[in-house]
Design a protein around this ligand. Structure first.
Ligand code: NGO
Length: 526
C-alpha cells in the first residue's frame, strides 16, 4: 500500500516530469521546419510536421561518378562524422537510395530555373534527406542548411550523444544577389593562411561566395611578385604598430584560392593604387617622383602616398604586378583600390585610373574599385564598391557600372559596436548588430536600385585588429546579418524576427569556438 506522503511525492514527480517535457518541447519544436533557425533565412519553407533521424547506418549518396559531387558529399560527411561518431561514407548510385540516407543530386538540364546557379531544394521526409540543385554550388549552399538544421553540437569535433533529428518539410532557396562577400584587410595586420581559411569557412557557412583580400597598403605588401621581389622582402616586413608583418608566397596564395574554390568562393585580390601605396614606394626608389625610396610606415593615417602617375615605370610596374596576380587568380575580378588618393591631383588621378582599367582588361579580367573611381571613365563591366560617398555611387551607375554595396555605416565590421567597444574605429558610426542588419541595399541610395547592384560585401579593416579572436569579435554577430542581406529578399527580412534566430546561434557559435560580441540587443539563448 502506498503511504499518503509517498503518493504525494510520486504525483509531484509526475507533474514535474510532464511540465519539463512540455517546456523542452515548446523551447525547441523539433518537428516544425518553418521555425528552423537558418541564417540566411531561406526563401520558402513548408513544414510537414515529422522528423528525419540521422542514424549510424546512414550514407550520403550521389548520383553518377562525378568527382566534384563526391567532394561535396565528402565535405558533408567530414562535418557530420566527428560529432556523430558515425563514420558516414559517400556512395554513388543510379537510383534513389533506400530509407535513412542523404541523397545529393543535380537537376537534369538546370530544370528548376528559379534556383539559378546557387539555389537548392531540400526535401526532408521521415525516410530521407534529398538535396537537389542545378549546379554543384547550389548543393554546397544547401549543405550549409543541413548543418544548421541539425543540433548545434553537430559542429563540435568530439563525439556527442544524439539524437540527430531534422524536422520534415521542403526548403526552396536561392540568393537575392549574385555577389555576397567579405573583405579582409591583410595589409594593416598580416594574417596567415590558416586564419584566412578559417574566415573562408565562416563565410561559407553563411552562403557567401566571395572573399576580397586587401593585399597592399601603406603599411605592407602581402603578395609575392616574382619580378619585383623587394615588394614582399622589404615592403612586407612590417605592419601597423611595427610588428613583423608577412606575406603570401604565390604558392600559398594559390592554396587559399583552392581552399576557397572548394567552398564555391571566389578570391578577389586588391592592389590599392595610386594611393595607399607606401609599402611599394618604400621598396623601390624608382617608383618615386624624386627617385628616393620612402621609409616603411607603421601608423594608421591615410592619404599621404601616391604612385608617380607620369613615370613610365609606374605602368610597367602595374602591368607586371597585375600580370602575375592574374596568372594565379581564376576569379573574374582584379580590385584596383582607387580610394582616398588625397596626394594625387585630380587631373592625374583620372587618366591614371583610365589607364589602369585598360591594363586589367588587357589581362582578361574585370575591374573592381572603391567608389572613388567613379570620377574616371568607367570601362564596361567595371564595378564600383560603394563605401562612403553616395554621389560617387550615383555617378558610377550613370556611367553604366554596377555597384557593390559596402556602406561604412552598415557593412564596415571594423566599426565599433558602441562607445564601450575597445577594438575598431568609429569614424563612420557605431554599428550595433541591429543597425548593421536594418537596411536594404536597393533603397539606400536614390538612383541605385536592385538592378544596379551586383551584391553586398562586409569589410573588415584591421588597423586595430591583430589576431583571430579579435577578428571574430568584430565579425560576429554582424557577419551573418550581412550574409542574410545579400541572400534573403528584403521583403522577407525583419530585425524583430531575425534577432531571435540570431540569438539561437549562440549555441552554434560556442560549438564552433567563435568569440562573438554578446550584443544586448539580441536575445541570446545559450
Ligand atoms: C576607409 C579607408 C581604409 C580604412 C578604412 C577604415 C576605404 C575604402 N578606405 O575605407 O583605408 O582602413 O576606411 O574603416
Amino acid at each position: 500500500m502506498i503511504k499518503k506522503k509517498q503518493y504525494f511525492s510520486i504525483t509531484a514527480l509526475l507533474i514535474f516530469t510532464m511540465l519539463y517535457a512540455q517546456l523542452s518541447l515548446s523551447a525547441k519544436p523539433l518537428s516544425d521546419l518553418s521555425k528552423a533557425d537558418i541564417i540566411p533565412k531561406p526563401v520558402l519553407i513548408t513544414s510537414t510536421g515529422g522528423y528525419f533521424s540521422l542514424e549510424a547506418a546512414a550514407g550520403i549518396f550521389i548520383r553518377g561518378e562525378s568527382a566534384e559531387l563526391k567532394e561535396i558529399g565528402q565535405y558533408l560527411a567530414d562535418k557530420l562524422n566527428p560529432s556523430t561518431g558515425f563514420g558516414i561514407k559517400v556512395k554513388t548510385t543510379d537510383k534513389i537510395p533506400g530509407s535513412g540516407n542523404i541523397y545529393l543530386t543535380l537537376n537534369e538540364n538546370n530544370s528548376n530555373a528559379k534556383l539559378g546557379d546557387e539555389g537548392y531544394e531540400l526535401i526532408i521526409t521521415k525516410s530521407q534527406v534529398l538535396l537537389s540543385a542545378n549546379k554543384p554550388a547550389g548543393l554546397f549552399r544547401g549543405i550549409q542548411s543541413i548543418r544548421q538544421l541539425l543540433p548545434a553540437k553537430i559542429e563540435l569535433t568530439s563525439k556527442q550523444p544524439g539524437p540527430w533529428q531534422i524536422a520534415t518539410g521542403t526548403i526552396t532557396d536561392y540568393p537575392a544577389y549574385s555577389y555576397r562577400g567579405t573583405m579582409l584587410d591583410v595589409a594593416r595586420h598580416f594574417f596567415g593562411v590558416e586564419d584566412v581559411e578559417k574566415i573562408i569557412d565562416y563565410i561559407a557557412f553563411y552562403k557567401m561566395n566571395a572573399l576580397h583580400l586587401h593585399l597592399s597598403d601603406d603599411q605592407g605588401w602581402r603578395i609575392e611578385i616574382k619580378s619585383w621581389p623587394e615588394l614582399t622582402k622589404h615592403g612586407g616586413s612590417t605592419q601597423v604598430g611595427g610588428g613583423k608583418g608577412g606575406y603570401y608566397s604565390q604558392e600559398q596564395y594559390s592554396s587559399i584560392v583552392r581552399y576557397a574554390k572548394d567552398r564555391y568562393i571566389t578570391i578577389v585580390p586588391e592592389i590599392d593604387m595610386p594611393g595607399h601605396i607606401n609599402a611599394a614606394l618604400s621598396s623601390y626608389a624608382e617608383l618615386n617622383c624624386n627617385g628616393k625610396a620612402t621609409d616603411l610606415y607603421t601608423g594608421i593615417e591615410v592619404g599621404f602616398s601616391t604612385l608617380c602617375t607620369n613615370l613610365d615605370i609606374t605602368y610597367k610596374f602595374i602591368d607586371e604586378v597585375v600580370g602575375e596576380l592574374v596568372a594565379i587568380t581564376p576569379g573574374p575580378y582584379i580590385h584596383i583600390g582607387g580610394d582616398e588618393s588625397h596626394s594625387t591631383k585630380r587631373e592625374d588621378y583620372i587618366p591614371f585610373i583610365n589607364r589602369i582599367q585598360k591594363i586589367v582588361l588587357a589581362h582578361g579580367k574585370k575591374v573592381l574599385g572603391w567608389d572613388d573611381i567613379a570620377i574616371a571613365s568607367l570601362e564596361p563591366n567595371a564595378v564600383a564598391q560603394h563605401w562612403s560617398n553616395i554621389k560617387n555611387a550615383e555617378m558610377a551607375v550613370q556611367k553604366g557600372a554596377k555597384i557593390l554595396m559596402s556602406p561604412a555605416k552598415r557593412a564596415y565590421l571594423d566599426m565599433q559596436y558602441d562607445k564601450s567597444t575597445k577594438l575598431g574605429l568609429h569614424w563612420a558610426a557605431y554599428v550595433e548588430a541591429d543597425s548593421s542588419y536594418i537596411w536594404d541595399p536597393a533603397t539606400l541610395i536614390p538612383g541605385v536600385g536592385q538592378n544596379n547592384i551586383l551584391g553586398i560585401e562586409a569589410a573588415l579593416w584591421t588597423e586595430t585588429i591583430t589576431n583571430m579572436d579579435e577578428m571574430e569579435y568584430m565579425l560576429f554577430p554582424r557577419l551573418p546579418g550581412c550574409a542574410e542581406i545579400g541572400w534573403t529578399p528584403s521583403s522577407e527580412r525583419s530585425w524583430n524576427e531575425y534577432k531571435v534566430r540570431l540569438g539561437h546561434q549562440a549555441e552554434r557559435f560556442n560549438a564552433m569556438g567563435i568569440n562573438y560580441f554578446q550584443s544586448k540587443l539580441v536575445p541570446w539563448t545559450k
